[in-house]
Design a protein around this ligand. Structure first.
Ligand code: UD1
Ligand code: UDP
Length: 354
């Protein structure tokens, strides 16, 4: 069996790492295609190194540009590779433009598509991720869900064949990283400094289009963040750095901006933060696994279980209540495992092998 895996953006490197390991352990040939959607070394190379992901056989270097232009270039590039390689499966992760391009290129060539993190829905079609995941699910032959709501969401859209709940591959990566990081600190600090973490702090990430592409909402968010009474450590996504410059916005002295960090450093930051402020998908679950409360800077979340468990609160449309909500964030007294046991990748590879 030959499986071609299409990745391209930061969260996909983190999701692909355990699956690549499981393929290798099962002796299955895997071809990695990196679209180049993310290309800075701190958005890409660092994860290959830290998480020991094999180097891609194909690096397309197709990042940047508008959605249509980027997706179209990727579609063409991936199709060319698939025509030459003719794999038995094409594997895609999550909901980025690289996901959609990989799935479309494969299905048009009648190559079965396997979607990892299938069935996730925000029910907000203004999100580029929602379009990518709906379309990918509807052309996929095997759909691996992270939790039961994903299976139910697919059922509501008439997709039942090939659907399996395997748990979350991010839990696999997180579990391994937690073991590496346990009890250690300074050796994994490459970008943050021990002084930044000395006092109580909030960890902030912010990059989603619905925040950064909406100047009114983005400005309101920055105003609120500037009012917080807690030190904030903020690894800045390149998109957001550009938005801050474009909108000529400055951040308060209590907000310490740093470059994007590697995964091990991120796990350390998540473990040590008093709370997480984020619009990331992955960070909401990772905050939960680190037992750190999360305030999600969006109008809705796909990761509803974290909210139901009381560890995640969604900001909503009323940005003005952010500072007040931060003050109210408290650690719930109970916690139980969510999103699997850290062996989702093993289940995926086993399912594809049968
Ligand atoms: C993409 C995904 C989003 C995901 C995020 C993870 C889509 C539609 N969006 O958003 O779902 O949450 O990745 O981080 O696929 N840039 C750099 N260097 C890089 C990468 C990006 O400078 O290494 C800048 C470029 O100006 C680029 C912009 O960031 O145009 C946006 O990058 P893009 O990949 O289009 O979207 P993300 O916001 O990263
Ligand atoms: N991440 C990281 N360093 C950073 C920011 C994020 O390692 O500086 C990791 C984070 O822990 C998570 C993944 O990147 O595993 C999430 O990516 P991102 O927030 O970019 O995308 P999303 O999950 O929103 O699609």
């Amino acid at each position: 069996m030959k499986c071609t895996t299409v990745i391209g953006a930061r969260p996909q490197f983190i999701k692909a790492a355990p699956v690549s390991r499981a393929f290798a352990a099962a002796g299955i040939q895997q071809v990695l295609v990196h679209t180049g959607q993310h290309y800075d070394s701190k958005m890409s190379e660092v994860f290959f190194r830290e998480l020991e992901i094999p180097l891609p056989q194909h690096s397309l270097g197709l990042g940047g540009g508008t959605h249509g232009a980027m997706t179209g270039r990727m579609l063409e590039g991936i199709e060319k590779i698939l025509l030459e390689d003719r794999p038995d499966w094409v594997l895609v992760f999550g909901d980025t433009n690289s996901t959609l391009a990989g799935a479309l290129a494969a299905t048009k060539l009648h190559i079965p598509v396997c979607h990892v993190e299938a069935g996730l829905r925000s029910w907000n079609r203004r999100m580029p991720e929602e379009i990518n995941r709906v379309l990918t699910d509807h052309v996929s032959d095997r759909l691996f869900c992270s939790s039961e709501p994903g299976v139910e969401n697919l059922r509501r859209e008439g997709i039942t064949a090939g659907v399996e709940m395997v748990g979350d591959v991010m839990a696999d990566t997180n579990k391994l990283a937690q073991e590496v990081v346990a009890g250690r600190s300074a050796e994994f600090l490459q970008t943050a400094t021990p002084e930044m973490l000395a006092d109580e702090f909030a960890l902030l990430t912010l990059h989603r289009a619905e925040n950064t592409d909406d100047p009114v909402r983005f400005r309101a968010l920055v105003e609120q963040l500037n009012r917080l009474n807690i030190r904030v450590v903020f690894p800045v996504h390149p998109r957001t750095r550009k938005t801050l410059e474009r909108e000529k916005l400055s951040l308060g002295d209590h907000i310490v901006t740093i470059d994007p960090v590697g995964y091990l450093e991120m796990v350390l930051l998540l473990d040590q933060a008093r709370l997480v402020l984020t619009d990331s998908g992955g960070l909401q679950k990772e905050a939960y696994w680190s037992r750190t409360p999360c305030l999600t800077l969006r109008t809705e979340t796909e990761w509803v279980e974290t909210v139901e468990a009381g560890w995640n609160v969604v900001l909503g449309g009323e940005v003005e209540s952010l500072a007040e909500m931060v003050d109210a964030v408290a650690k719930p007294s109970s916690w139980e495992p969510l999103y699997g046991d850290g062996n989702a990748a093993g289940r995926i590879v086993a399912a594809l092998s049968t």
